[in-house]
Design a protein around this ligand. Structure first.
Ligand code: FPP
Ligand code: MG
Length: 234
């Protein structure tokens, strides 16, 4: 999906999908586990049902792939905003190819939309588009805070939902919806992703203060350098 016509764009877009720079793959792993938990409600006892179950698994896997592409796109842009030098234990793309190509490579990953549209489910398209909108909203909230907002835990948690939890929660819900689950089950999947996403970012923000660059695979103390108020400051 990340293959591009122009060689420079191709190598930039592929950068964080290559072995050694692929990261923990936390989001796709959570989504594949969610897919296993939310299989076809009808089971897979006959050959026809087993074919349908496999088809569903592939569609749910597509959500995991699309989610990772959106996530990587946001990291490419984030590293430009944060002037990051390392990411996932390797030199950041902005350091290798410059800010302009990093931003364009992130934009190029909107190719994930083609795979999303191919799923042919408007509710799922809407969930994932909302998550992208939230990523941008969260990042904007982070870089444009007033003195009052920097002191507000409520503002911080709302920003954290937009910045990190929305992508995980909405993609978990998408996995449930593709399997034809009820609104109640889909909401439970959403809530699970939301809480996991919030917890993930809270730990990430603590590690920014306490972690060492070598074990994090990215620079530390970035938040304090950029005057970003996060959980350790409250
Ligand atoms: C990492 O945060 C960054 C994010 C979770 C989201 C960044 C979102 C954007 C830049 C908006 C653009 C979005 C798209 C889809 C192109 P962090 O800096 O706290 O974490 P880090 O320590 O991993 O850098
Ligand atoms: Mg960053």
């Amino acid at each position: 999906m990340v293959a591009a016509e122009v060689p420079k764009l191709a190598s930039a877009a592929e950068y964080f999908f290559k072995v050694g720079a692929e990261g923990k793959r936390f989001r796709p792993t959570v989504l594949l586990l969610m897919a296993s938990a939310l299989k076809f409600p009808i089971g897979d006892s006959t050959e026809v049902l087993s074919i349908l179950a496999n088809k569903l698994r592939t569609r749910q896997q597509n959500i995991a792939e699309i989610t990772e592409m959106i996530h990587v796109a946001s990291l490419l842009h984030d590293d430009v905003l944060d002037d990051a030098e390392t990411r996932r234990g390797v030199t950041s793309l902005n350091c290798i190819m410059g800010n302009k190509l990093s931003v364009l490579a992130g934009d190029f990953l909107s190719r994930a939309c083609v795979a999303l549209a191919a799923l042919g489910n408007t509710e799922v398209v809407s969930l994932m588009a909302t998550a992208v909108e939230h990523l941008v909203t969260g990042e904007t909230m982070q870089i444009s805070t007033s003195r009052e907002q920097r002191r507000s835990m409520e503002y911080y948690l709302q920003k954290t939902y937009y910045k990190t939890a929305s992508l995980i929660s909405n993609s978990c819900k998408a996995v449930a919806i593709l399997a034809g689950h009820t609104a109640e089950v889909s909401m439970l999947a959403y809530e699970y992703g939301r809480n996991l996403g919030l917890a993930f970012q809270l730990i990430d923000d603590v590690l920014d203060f306490t972690g060492m660059s070598a074990s994090l695979g990215k620079g530390s103390l970035s938040d304090i350098r950029h005057v970003i108020a996060s959980i350790p400051m409250f």
